[in-house]
Design a binder for this molecule. Structure first.
Ligand code: UFG
Length: 329
């Protein structure tokens, strides 16, 4: 019996693969490698395949005697999703629909799904609880919400057990420095700040300093990628105990502004990291902070890397050793 990890060659997926292996699980990774990196899953059984190829997925589930699925595979750029929404419906919704059909066909009854804080849209309550209205403001968040709803109906109809994990802002890298964040194009704050410290960019563009926050820049809830990884294993443990359909927020519960992240990165790297204030980025809420009480209570989730310095220091370890990302160090 094995656990299938879709999108396991991506950023959060590859860290979760390491965590599952550490916990003694047998893991098979499925990734179409459009965005994933084979170097991130060295020594792991990697199958290059696309979820939309349903008959191939059925074959894989049978051949490897898959008992549960951890599902990361998706497109995840908010801006791109606004430019090309059908790409997101096709890959995220279409890919998951094919995966769920293959699972029901083969009798695989458990799935942990990568959802997102983007399903909430503009918050009306902070910290955000799981019961907060879900009104996404972009197609990326919308596709994640559609999938959560699909999972609910699949639980009713086929007794397919699921946990949707709504991530806030993932940051950091594996403590041993062998895997980390490498997106192309890179849009996330922490890697961009660190690329300035590496001299690869002249400055950080700060997207707006006129928000209703203490220093005028947006506040986000950063959570270490290894803590996200451990939550997936706890979520699977819950599904193995009981056939539920649940959603959990994953965040640290603390908010940091863009300028506070830059300050922390200056302390970690010793680089001045110049910033230039530019206009607001469309669709950015001023403040996103999770309430993760439900995950702490029901999954016994205990984030281990809560200080922002430790998150940035582990990301810095990766970026400074791999300034050009995977396969280019
Ligand atoms: N930012 C800058 N300059 C940059 C990059 C980012 O000022 O060059 C700011 C953004 O405007 C935002 C903050 O830094 O205020 C964090 O931005 P990220 O792009 O790192 O992360 P987001 O909060 O936009 O997105 C994250 C996830 C998405 C998810 C979203 C949920 O990366 O996948 O949270 O709201 F959809």
């Amino acid at each position: 019996m094995a656990v299938l990890i879709t999108g396991g060659a991506g950023y959060i997926g590859s860290h979760t693969v390491v965590e599952f292996i550490r916990a003694g699980e047998t893991v098979v990774v499925l990734d179409n490698l459009y965005q994933g990196h084979p170097e991130a899953v060295q020594g792991v059984h990697l199958i290059e395949a696309d979820l939309r190829d349903q008959s191939k997925v059925v074959k894989i589930l049978r051949e490897f005697d898959i008992e549960s699925v951890i599902h990361f595979a998706a497109n995840s750029l908010v801006g791109e999703s606004v430019q090309d929404p059908l790409k997101y419906y096709d890959n995220n919704v279409g890919g998951t629909r094919a995966l769920l059909s293959a699972m029901t066909e083969c009798g695989v009854g458990r799935i942990v799904f990568s959802s997102s804080a983007a399903t909430y849209g503009e918050p009306v309550q902070v910290p955000i609880p799981e019961t907060h209205p879900q009104v996404p403001t972009n197609p990326y968040g919308e596709t994640k919400l559609v999938i959560e709803r699909m999972l609910r109906w699949c639980h009713v109809a086929y007794n397919l057990a699921s946990v949707s994990l709504r991530y806030f802002n993932a940051a950091g890298a594996h403590p041993d420095g062998h895997i980390g964040e490498d997106h192309d194009p890179e849009t996330h704050l922490v890697p961009i700040v660190l690329s300035v410290a590496l001299g690869q960019r002249p400055h950080l563009p700060v997207f707006g300093d006129d928000y209703a926050t203490q220093d005028g820049t947006c506040i986000r809830d950063y959570v270490h990628v290894m803590d996200l990884a451990s939550a997936h294993h706890l979520a699977l443990g819950r599904l193995r105990e009981k056939s539920v359909c649940e959603a959990y927020n994953l965040g640290s519960g603390s908010g940091y502004s863009v300028l506070e992240i830059v300050e922390a990165a200056r302390r970690v790297t010793g680089h001045p990291i110049p910033v230039v204030v530019s206009g607001r980025r469309a669709g950015d809420p001023a403040v996103l902070i999770a309430s993760s009480e439900k995950a702490r209570t029901e999954l016994s989730w205990r984030p281990r890397h809560e200080s922002i310095e430790s998150m940035i220091a582990s990301a810095w370890e990766w970026h400074s050793k791999h300034p050009l990302g995977y396969g280019r160090a």
